[in-house]
Design a protein around this ligand. Structure first.
Ligand SMILES: CC(C)(COP(=O)(O)OP(=O)(O)OC[C@H]1O[C@@H](n2cnc3c(N)ncnc32)[C@H](O)[C@@H]1OP(=O)(O)O)[C@@H](O)C(=O)NCCC(=O)NCCS
Length: 331
């Protein structure tokens, strides 16, 4: 990407709904314990929406926050990419709903589906628009209402996820900062390890699909765990070495927040100490497309993100999807 015009993140905004579900709340819902959840996942609590809030509402709130920080009007945006696996509806796209809620006339956009890697993929799509010279200001949002597709009687999945959103504004970078390179990969051989079988063209919604709970998340936790540890580290190593960096050069590792043990194993392989890693899974659980911007915001609030810092973002999600992005922080 070095020959192209680089994109940089010029503003970051996030939103989480106010209602909190703690591990102790789950003790009253399924056979589990705060101790099991905390030691196996690192999660203490997660935020969940109250009806009628949906993915587009959280996305619009995060977008407004980012625009306000940049002092930018929604009308100045050229494109909008919404990363989500929980769109308000199958169609129209959540991007259309967000555009309308923002009053962002005259731009175009679409949804991007890549589960937990969706934000890093959308970031790259936005960066490519800027690199091509066709766009000057691209809004990239990750927003997921995981509570809408969870079976709250299945202890193996319901404790893992939360709701939340984050948005960034991408603009051309002139000053050596911004997105440097990426290493993304999809591997559909893992499709049956993490999926929602009902509601699509294969299994359209019927009373039977609902009775069989096909409209909920289904997961082989151990298969996802093993794949995530290996691929998060591999993609990160590839993008680092291709650009002449080692793990020790990374100022901040911003991993997808699926499980604290996955993060620590991947970081260990990369030779990264805990003071270089952002972990906020304890507060939010896995918000799917929301985790990376929420983690960036936590880093910013903790004063751990400064202009010029070398930031490594990595994610693995359903698909499987794998993504690693290297950038120099710009705002
Ligand atoms: C889901 C996950 C936390 C389970 O942890 P694990 O250590 O692999 O646990 P296992 O699946 O081996 O289950 C061990 C036992 O705990 C039980 N268990 C599962 N969920 C439980 C819960 N919430 N509370 C208490 N016990 C639970 C299982 O039923 C199993 O019991 P058994 O031995 O009697 O059959 C872990 O596999 C994981 O995080 N996987 C990746 C998930 C992920 O990241 N998904 C999103 C990807 S982006």
């Amino acid at each position: 990407m070095s020959d192209h015009r680089r994109a940089k993140i010029t503003a970051l905004g996030t939103y989480v709904p106010p209602r909190v579900l703690t591990n102790h709340d789950f003790e009253r819902m399924v056979e589990t314990s705060d101790e099991w959840i905390l030691t196996r996942t690192g999660i203490r609590e997660r935020h969940v929406v109250d009806k009628p809030m949906a993915t587009s509402d959280m996305a619009a709130e995060a977008a407004k926050c980012a625009l306000a920080k940049r002092g930018m009007s929604p009308k100045e945006l050229d494109a909008l990419v919404v990363a989500t696996v929980t769109p308000d509806m199958l169609f129209p796209s959540t991007a259309c709903l967000v555009q309308h809620k923002l009053g962002a006339a005259g731009l175009w956009g679409f949804d991007l589906s890549a589960a937990c890697s969706a934000f890093v993929y959308a970031l790259q799509v936005g960066a490519q628009f800027i690199a091509a010279g066709s766009h000057e200001r691209v809004m990239v949002i990750g927003s997921d209402t995981m509570s809408s597709i969870l079976d709250y009687t299945d202890r193996a999945t319901c404790i893992l996820f939360g709701d939340g959103a984050g948005a960034v504004v991408l603009e051309p970078a002139e000053d050596g900062v911004g997105l440097i390179d990426f290493e993304h990969e999809i591997d559909g051989s893992g499709a049956c390890s993490l999926y929602m079988p009902g509601g699509g063209s294969l299994n359209p919604s019927t009373h039977e699909t609902v009775d069989k709970k096909m409209h909920f998340v289904h997961q082989d936790g151990q298969a996802v765990f093993k794949y995530a540890v290996r691929k998060m580290a591999e993609a990160s190593e590839t993008v680092l070495s291709r650009n002449g960096f080692k793990g020790s050069d990374v100022s901040l590792f911003v991993p997808h927040q699926a499980n604290r043990r996955i993060i620590m194993s991947a970081a260990d392989r990369l030779g990264l100490k805990e003071d270089r890693i952002i972990i906020n899974i304890d507060e939010y659980g896995n918000t799917t497309a929301g985790t990376i911007p929420l983690a960036l915001e936590s880093a910013r609030q903790q004063g751990r993100l400064k202009k010029g810092d070398l930031v490594l973002i990595a994610a693995v999600g359903a698909g499987f999807t794998v993504g690693a992005t290297l950038l120099r922080w710009a705002c």
